[in-house]
Design a protein around this ligand. Structure first.
Ligand code: M3L
Length: 288
């Protein structure tokens, strides 16, 4: 039943999310702050200054919203595929859909999830970039006290459209790359599974992991622009728009800027997406 796909998408996303958050925090900081020399430097400074908790900043909203975001991604993907091929999830092993249809369904899922993700991702990025240690009485207060305060402040200071800052870059980041995500996953599963059978757990883990890496590698240039657009507006506006952000980042920092965070994105992508697909497939088989 289509609704199961939504629920499976949610639970599997939450599991992956917690696992990958520390990588994500370091990545966001490297993409948007020029104070770190590299991954190790950023990890050490974060740990010394903010303790282990520093790596988990901004995680609560993503956990709450992953329900919506991942269920939209997997639910729209699967239901689009059903509309294109008239096969349900269970029938797809016996009648595999074409890669073109998988790509179209993945892009559709990606496009819609990007819109749901936009405000939550913005708040995550703003909180991850607060480098103040835990608030103690009398110490310097960070700008945002928590996710709700952050959302309310953005709404007040930058208007409702402020909550969607960077959403264009996010849509461009996620639409084609999520098409690729499902094509890679399906392709690898088919390659290592005898015809008509379900892929083994090991196959699902490896295919999910590589699907994550493939889509994150290609998504990184827009990921950098997205993070920068999201931080813009915090202290006045530096960029006139997405194209200006791309041009001025390139002018000031060279082409390398578009690959910032690629190592961390890939390192995070394998475990996160291996677990995401494994729990997704497992839950759907459980409910059949
Ligand atoms: C398309 N792009 C690679 C940007 C995102 C893929 C999202 C997959 C998973 N929720 C994760 O957080 O890794």
């Amino acid at each position: 039943m289509p609704v199961e796909e939504f629920v499976a998408g949610w639970i599997s996303g939450a599991v992956g999310l917690v696992l990958g958050h520390p990588f994500d925090t370091v990545k966001v900081r490297l993409q948007t702050q020029n104070t770190y020399r590299g991954i190790v430097d950023c990890v050490l400074k974060t740990y010394r200054h903010e303790s282990l908790l520093g790596f988990f900043k901004g995680m609560s909203f993503p956990i709450a919203s992953v329900a919506l975001v991942n269920s939209v991604l997997f639910g729209v993907y699967s239901n689009t595929l059903m509309a294109l091929t008239t096969t349900s999830h269970q029938e797809r092993r016996a009648q595999p859909p074409s890669y073109t249809n998988i790509f179209i369904a993945g892009c559709t899922g990606g496009l819609l999830q990007a819109y749901c993700l936009a405000p939550f991702d913005l708040i995550k990025v703003r909180l991850q970039n607060q480098t103040e240690p835990r608030v103690q009485p009398g110490s310097h207060q960070p700008r945002y006290r928590g996710p709700v305060h952050c959302a309310a402040s953005i709404f007040r200071e930058e208007g409702p459209q402020g909550l969607f800052r960077g959403s264009w870059a996010l849509v461009l980041r996620d639409t084609p790359t999520l098409g690729m995500y499902f094509v890679t996953y399906e392709g690898l599963c088919r390659q290592y599974t005898p015809e008509g059978q379900n892929p083994s757990s090991a196959t699902v883990l490896v295919a999910g992991g590589f699907a994550g890496i493939a889509s994150w590698i290609t998504a990184t240039p827009f990921d950098v622009i997205k993070s920068r657009m999201q931080m813009d507006g915090l202290k006045g506006r530096k960029y006139r728009g997405m194209l200006d952000c791309m041009a001025s980042s390139f002018r000031q920092e060279g082409v390398g800027v578009f690959f910032r965070g690629m190592t961390l994105n890939s390192a995070r992508a394998f475990p996160v997406n291996a677990v995401t697909f494994l729990s997704y497939e497992y839950l759907l088989r459980l409910w059949r």
